[in-house]
Design a protein around this ligand. Structure first.
Ligand code: ADP
Length: 600
């Protein structure tokens, strides 16, 4: 509170006035400076209510400053105007200070809660810090896992996999010992096969049914086991060392893998290899959760790597076996080829050796027939000649069959007259048919080309045999032979019956159908006629063409790019044999030829 002596000055101590003057000036200066600071921070404040209070407070301080400033004039005698200005300033300061006091009532709780928030934030920051540490530790863990996985999976050799795992685990976890126990079928016990620092005794076995072993087998996680357990009984100096913490984990190798480990150990269905990890012997370290997780991951990775190695070994074994089999097959194939070649050579030699005397007999007997003979002698000579002819056909067939079997029979393609071939066939068979009083019809469709490119001898063989069979198995009635070009519809029909023709401009498919009114074939026999040689060999009396069975016909037809079918309604209802063969289109000009014929 300031004393005003503007009306009647009571004292005139110059030093006191000087002090008041100086103090007011400093206070005014400080107040103005505070105001500037408040304005600066109010404009920068994010919280609008705080900014308002700061501005009010600034105004209040400014007015206080102003009153001190005005005091500089009021210490000595001053005018009424100065007194008025002083009154207004003080009144304004009073109002503003009241408003500020009211505003502070609202703001102070906020300020206090801000403090609370600050404490909470501090906690949060600490939590974040610990989470950050966790993340860093997890990253380290992940890196260790990656390194471990890379090292374990880096090879497919089981021994190297095991050794790498033990070494890397020992290095990363700074272990005193890391050892591997393998189950042995033979001894029904766990045998120590690998030890990193050889603190465990080799050659020492732990029975499979010991409770601690069963406990490890039954746990999917790494578990702490006592240092006195038989799996972890290490040698250490009791005077200087402390009992260390020990952890054991099973290696979950799938049981369907018929695993055979290095050292010849086998697994049965309930056993696993066990990894035992021992911390340093100073007893200071304890296992942490993330270290146990690392051990579990390592055990899993080890199982995967060992399984892969086993599969690779299996496949290598299989591939070696396959190679051996291939070699054996190749040598068998070569032997078979040599055998076939030897047989072909033998057949060819035999054919020549047999045909030469046969031809001599045929020629000599026909010469003899031209001489004067008694009727009995002529009959005997005719019989000899017939049998010789049949024998020569048989020898021909045997050679064909042998060539068909070894695949050396190749088609002898040339231009030939299709029409002439049919007529010739009918003429040949007719003598036998007329002896049996059978009528024979030939019907060549108009579109059938006169000439074509193909193996006429082969085609004639098939035709002769099928027409010969028709005559052979027919006692009365007729035999009809029809030939035409197979229509696209017919070729489509063939596709649904297991034969896939390949139409082209350069080829056409000759369709031949031989129908007879003979004895027919039962449905059971129909299934067999093409698969085996008939036991019912034809006799010369039947007039058939013995030796060349339907099985051989089928192979000939196949060789000519075609197919053959046989159909019969049953016994006594006749038979129809149909075959198609692929012939080359011949560009030679058409000739006038027979298209229909009848033979009695
Ligand atoms: P084969 O030399 O005996 O004629 P095939 O292999 O030609 O031998 O014929 C096998 C069998 O198919 C014959 O024994 C016969 O039972 C039957 N067969 C073939 N063609 C006919 C046909 N046109 N009529 C009746 N049966 C036939």
């Amino acid at each position: 509170m300031q004393t005003c002596d503007c009306i009647e000055p009571l004292w005139h101590d110059e030093v006191l006035v000087q002090y008041q003057y100086l103090s007011d000036m400093i206070i005014a200066f400080a107040y103005f400076f505070i105001t500037l600071e408040l304005i600066y921070f109010a404009t920068r404040s994010q919280i609008s209510s705080f900014a308002r209070v700061l501005l009010l407070f600034g105004a209040f301080i400014l007015l206080c400053g102003a009153s001190h400033f005005i005091n500089l004039w009021t210490v000595s005698s001053h005018s009424i105007n100065i007194a008025k200005l002083m009154a207004v300033t003080k009144l304004s300061a009073a109002i503003v200070s009241c408003v500020t006091a009211l505003m502070l009532v609202q703001i102070i709780p906020d300020l206090l809660s801000l403090k609370r928030h600050e404490v909470i934030l501090k906690h949060k920051a600490e939590e974040l810090d610990s989470e950050k540490c966790l993340i860093i530790r997890e990253e380290e863990f992940a890196q260790h896992v990656r390194m471990l996985t890379r090292d374990i999976r880096g090879t497919l050799d089981k021994r190297t996999i095991l050794e790498t795992t033990l070494t890397e685990l020992g290095r990363i976890l700074d272990l005193a010992e890391c050892a591997l126990w393998m189950p042995s079928h033979r001894t029904q016990s766990m045998e120590l096969t690998h030890s990193l620092n050889r603190l465990l005794r080799f050659g020492y076995c732990v029975p499979i049914h010991v409770p601690i072993v069963t406990e490890v087998f039954n746990s999917a996680e790494a578990i702490r086991i006592p240092h006195t357990s038989p799996l972890a009984r290490i040698r250490y100096d009791v005077r200087t060392d402390y009992p260390p913490e020990v952890v054991a984990v099973r290696i979950p190798i799938p049981h369907n893998l018929n695993f055979e480990f290095y050292g010849g150990h086998e697994l049965n269905t309930k056993c696993y290899p066990i990894l035992v990890l021992i911390l340093p012997l100073n007893g200071l370290r304890r296992w942490h959760r993330h270290e146990l997780e690392l051990v579990e991951v390592a055990a899993d990775q080890l199982a995967v790597a060992l399984s892969h190695a086993e599969i690779l070994e299996d496949s290598m074994r299989a591939s070696n076996q396959l190679m051996e089999q291939n070699l054996a097959l190749e040598s068998a194939r070569q032997e078979a080829e040599m055998g076939i070649q030897a047989r072909t050579e033998f057949t060819t030699v035999m054919y020549n050796e047999m045909m030469t005397p046969m031809h001599a007999v045929i020629i000599l007997s026909s010469l003899l027939q031209e001489t004067e003979l008694t009727p009995d002698q002529r009959l005997l000579m005719e019989t000899i000649q017939k049998n010789c002819n049949l024998l020569s056909i048989l020898i021909d067939d045997v050679l064909d069959l042998s060539r068909l079997n070894d695949g050396s029979l190749e088609l002898d393609t040339h231009v030939f007259s299709v029409h002439d071939m049919f007529v010739e066939c009918m003429n040949l068979i007719n003598s036998i048919a007329s002896a049996k009083k059978l009528s024979m019809n030939l019907n060549l469709e108009k579109d059938l080309p006169v000439n074509a490119i193909g193996d006429s001898k082969c085609l004639m063989h098939v035709l002769l045999h099928i027409v010969g069979n028709a005559v052979k198995f027919t006692k009365e009635g007729q035999i009809s032979v029809e030939a035409s070009i197979a229509t696209p519809e017919y070729l489509e029909f063939c596709r649904s019956h297991g034969f896939s023709p390949m139409p082209s401009d350069r080829y056409f498919y000759l369709l031949v159908q031989v129908k007879d009114s003979g004895q027919g074939i039962t449905s059971e026999d129909l299934l067999r006629v093409f698969t085996k040689y008939s036991d019912q060999r034809a006799s010369p009396h039947d007039g058939g063409h013995p030796g060349l069975g339907l099985a051989i016909c089928k192979r000939f037809v196949k060789l000519m790019g075609g197919h053959i079918w046989i159909r019969s309604e049953g016994l006594g209802k006749g038979t129809t044999v149909t075959f198609i063969v692929r012939l080359g289109v011949c560009e030679s000009p058409m000739e006038e030829t027979v298209q229909r014929g009848h033979w009695e």
